[in-house]
Design a protein around this ligand. Structure first.
Ligand SMILES: [Cu+2]
Length: 124
């Protein structure tokens, strides 16, 4: 049991930073063409920062679908002009669909993984 626990911590210590740093450099680019948000679906770990960078020629927003619809609004950017950035952190595990308020056909999704502690083993 102690071995499993230690192994779990080793995995947590070794794998988690690796997984985080691997995704750390990734961000979502806003484009004027399909897929508009690139990548359109991004999977992150809890606590990981999600960044958007508007590299298109016009303003856009990054607006969680629940905002203004009675649900819990997890994030909503101002108008992001060309070159501007937006970031979100601290999202709870789950799926967050989002869109652009100015161009509702622009759609993206963030998936925040759940980290499960199973007998001391960390599962992602
Ligand atoms: Cu837009």
């Amino acid at each position: 049991m102690l071995t499993l626990f230690c192994l779990g911590w080793m995995l947590l210590v070794v794998l988690l930073p690796a997984a985080l740093s691997q995704a750390e450099g990734s961000q979502i680019i806003l484009l004027d063409r399909v897929p508009f948000y690139a990548p359109s679906t991004m999977t992150v770990l809890p606590g990981q920062v999600v960044r958007w960078h508007n590299q298109s020629m016009q303003p856009h927003t990054v607006t969680h679908d629940s905002c203004g619809r009675g649900g819990k609004c997890a994030f909503a950017s101002e108008h992001l002009h060309p070159g501007e950035r937006f970031s979100v952190n601290g999202l709870s595990p789950g799926t967050y669909s989002y869109h652009c308020e100015l161009h509702p056909f622009m759609r993206g999704r963030i998936q925040v993984k759940r980290i499960v502690q199973n007998h001391g083993i960390t599962e992602l």
